[in-house]
Design a protein around this ligand. Structure first.
Ligand code: GTP
Ligand code: MG
Length: 171
């Protein structure tokens, strides 16, 4: 992919999927054990990783705030879409939101990389990343680079693999 020093990453997904927990883990100043509360509207986080300066828009996933997401599509270079792998009941809602995102005019014309975290893999009823990928029909995404990683945001597992992929693909 085309490498950029500064990348804007939009972090999306339903409420309670683990977006803020993931971003807290990625931030170098992460203080383990800090309490995470549901995001109101969105938060902007800036931090550096090995080769990139990230500006992450940590959006609220609550339904009443999901209409804010589209205002940030134009200036984003990559998307992180987080799924609660244990939330079988709302997998169809996650798919609807993903489909709406991918068909938005500011997204469908661009080859933005999309990184999926099948999060909460530590929970005993969590679906595998393969199963999550099937339920979201990710194999139908042909016009963008995408990647799915199983993650446990509490322990930080799986996050580095995802971010390494993103670093190589951010446009
Ligand atoms: P909104 O801001 O409301 O959109 O939610 P969010 O996607 O930012 O979720 P948040 O990071 O606030 O996490 C929601 C809850 O899930 C918190 O209690 C987290 O501690 C918990 N959580 C996040 N990631 C994991 C995980 O990998 N495993 C487990 N077991 N719990 C997790
Ligand atoms: Mg949040």
């Amino acid at each position: 992919g085309l490498r950029k020093k500064e990348v804007n990453v939009l972090c999306l997904g339903l409420d309670n999927s683990g977006k803020t927990t993931i971003i807290n883990q990625l931030k170098p100043a992460n203080t383990p054990g800090q309490e995470v509360v549901p995001t109101i509207g969105f938060n902007i986080e800036k931090f550096k990783s090995s080769s990139l300066s990230f500006t992450v828009f940590d959006m609220s996933g609550q339904s009443r705030y999901r209409n804010l997401w589209e205002h940030y599509y134009k200036e984003s270079h990559a998307i992180i879409f987080v799924i609660d792998s244990s939330d079988k009941l709302r997998m169809v809602v996650a798919k609807e939101e993903l489909d709406t995102l991918l068909s938005h005019e500011d997204i469908c014309s661009k080859k933005l990389p999309v990184l999926f975290f099948a999060n909460k893999m530590d929970l005993h009823d969590a679906m595998s990343s393969v199963k999550v990928s099937q339920m979201l029909c990710l194999e139908t995404i042909k016009d963008k680079p995408w990647h799915i990683c199983a993650s446990n945001a509490i322990e930080g597992e799986g996050l580095k693999e995802g971010v390494d992929w993103l670093q190589g693909n951010a446009r």
